[in-house]
Design a protein around this ligand. Structure first.
Ligand code: FEO
Ligand code: CA
Ligand code: CA
Length: 523
């Protein structure tokens, strides 16, 4: 496509800055005529099985020391992202989310004593790790001695943005449930608090009645549940963080931002629960997500509905102020007509044409077992537009070769990677008989193979692949392997021994993928 046609294709003047940068590299998008590897078949092996011409090595696994202060890499690694370190091409800061602790492994006891809970509180949040490319092997390795390596966990004090006070204080203690995330156009990380209720429960807006959840951290800590369920912005070099209250509070899966030409950002988000909604936030100032307007998607009408209390009578009647709308976003979204979805998970923007891809993983309440990928095309390619068209891009199922799409990532050549998340208790059973373990898939986005789904990897027993990202040189893929052996009833009855094998306990770990087949896809 010629440059002029491409600009028209993207929607002319509404082009995001990041897409402008992309124009110069659009000729580098990869259109495959033939697949350079033989896809793997679904497997039930307790291994990270890879197609021919792909290799992996573990970068870091749960419990490893990350700095001289003795801080340790947390449990259940999820989202990963890299930002260049001080402008260097071969150094970066890697962010890794730690979603939730599994008492079987983290505290080894089912009791809810304070000492047990204190162990678990250190396992969630995120890790910042300095990485450097090895000029001989091309692999990106963690510098274990770097002073930039640090943890955020449930003990880290994190202020709310703009000095906002919630339940009487402007600072929350800790972050948890960190599932997926995003990076901002100004190079900070976003980490999303998903199933926050598992830690301190939740509370009804009107009656203030508590709903308690299994981890029961509220037994020893009286942290307000309203302090969790936010998107948290983290500076890569300092670890300084803030909770972004304008982006709403719900089961935040991810936060995918795109820059407008004036430097303001638009952030797309989803609420990972059956029949919850898709959101976007349009910032009102460049370089910040502190102020702006939150919208919920009406996918039937193809429009974004404002959650600005001053624009919606029903919100004015129901909520005291805009902060209350934010704290109870789900309730507000339903009042204005947000469309219920099949558990929104990851969101990514197609670099070829500005379409926004949403994974809808499944919805057991509607007997939707395999989920789909939804594609939203903003009107005129303009992410600020309140109108869009939408279309289902792929539907999961045995014939499609995948089920329950969760994490997605466009590679540097504009093709799509997808990871599935069939829950550990259902893998290989009933509607999931064709899917004994979860997988990682490659989907060409142009040419004769466009939209075909090819399995590249099979995860160890009970695990899912999460947090797909690429190193700044575009040569290595980084992937989390989360919750191997999660169905183990005790340390004496283990369902997985990955990655160490033998009789070892399973460990969530971050791996880096390389090899000639990957090189062919990324060259
Ligand atoms: Fe943590 Fe929505 O997966
Ligand atoms: Ca997820
Ligand atoms: Ca999931």
């Amino acid at each position: 496509m010629k440059r002029r046609e491409f600009i028209q294709f993207l929607g002319g003047t509404s082009l995001a800055a990041s897409q402008m940068g992309m124009l110069s590299s659009c000729s580098q998008f990869k259109t495959l005529k033939k697949l350079p590897f033989v896809p793997v078949s679904p497997s039930k092996e307790d291994q990270l099985v890879l197609a021919d011409g792909f290799n992996y090595e573990v970068m870091i696994s749960w419990g490893e020391k990350i700095n001289s202060a003795g801080e340790k890499f947390g449990f259940n690694n999820d989202y990963t992202a890299l930002l260049p370190f001080k402008g260097k091409s071969d150094e970066a800061i890697l962010w890794v989310n730690h979603e939730y602790p599994d008492p079987t492994f983290c505290s080894t006891r089912a009791d809810r004593a304070k000492s047990t809970i204190d162990k678990e509180r250190k396992e969630v949040g995120g890790s910042l790790l300095k990485v450097k490319k090895d000029s001989k092997t091309g692999n990106w390795n963690i510098d274990r001695e770097s002073p930039y390596n640090r943890r955020l966990d449930m003990n880290t004090k994190i202020p709310f943005d703009s000095g906002v006070k919630i339940e009487g204080t402007n600072t929350a203690i800790g972050t948890g449930g960190n599932c997926a995330g995003g990076v901002t156009p100004w190079n900070t990380f976003l980490t999303c608090e998903e199933v926050y209720v598992m830690f301190y429960g939740d509370r009804d807006r009107v009656t203030r009645k508590f709903k308690r959840e299994k981890l029961r951290w509220d037994l020893h800590y009286d942290h307000p549940p309203e302090h969790y369920g936010w998107v948290v912005e983290v500076e890569p070099l300092t670890g300084k963080a803030k909770k972004l209250t304008g982006l709403g509070r719900f089961f935040h899966e991810c936060a995918t931002t795109v820059a407008l030409s004036d430097g303001r950002a638009v952030c797309y988000m989803g609420d990972d629960t059956e029949n919850q909604c898709l959101y976007k936030f349009i910032a009102s100032k460049p370089g910040s997500l502190e102020e702006g307007e939150l919208f919920v998607a009406d996918t039937d009408a193809g429009k974004w509905i404002s959650l600005d209390r001053n624009k919606q009578e029903i919100l004015k009647k129901t909520f005291k102020n805009q902060l209350e709308v934010s704290i109870y976003t789900r309730e507000a979204a339903k009042l204005v007509g947000g469309s219920p979805q099949n558990r929104p998970e990851d969101i990514e923007i197609n670099p070829r044409n500005n379409d926004v891809f949403f994974t809808l993983t499944n919805n057991k309440l509607k007997n939707n077992w395999h989920g789909s990928l939804l594609k939203i095309s903003p009107k005129n390619g303009n992410h600020e537009s309140e109108q869009f068209s939408s279309k289902t891009f792929l539907v999961g199922g045995e014939s499609a070769g995948f089920s329950s799409p969760d994490n997605i990532c466009f590679d540097p050549k504009g093709n799509l990677w997808l990871a599935s998340d069939v829950s550990g208790s259902k893998l290989g059973k009933g509607p999931y008989a064709a899917f004994p373990n979860n997988g990682l898939y490659y989907i060409p986005m142009a040419g004769p193979l466009m939209g075909n789904v090819y399995q590249v990897a099979s995860a160890p027993v009970n695990a899912e692949f999460t947090g797909i990202s690429f190193t700044p040189d575009g040569k290595r893929m980084i992937v989390s392997v989360q919750h191997p052996g999660e169905k183990s009833k005790s340390l004496k009855d283990l369902k997985s021994h990955w990655p160490e094998g033998g009789s070892s306990i399973p460990r969530p770990a971050v791996v880096q993928i390389s090899g000639p087949s990957l090189e062919k896809l990324l060259s």
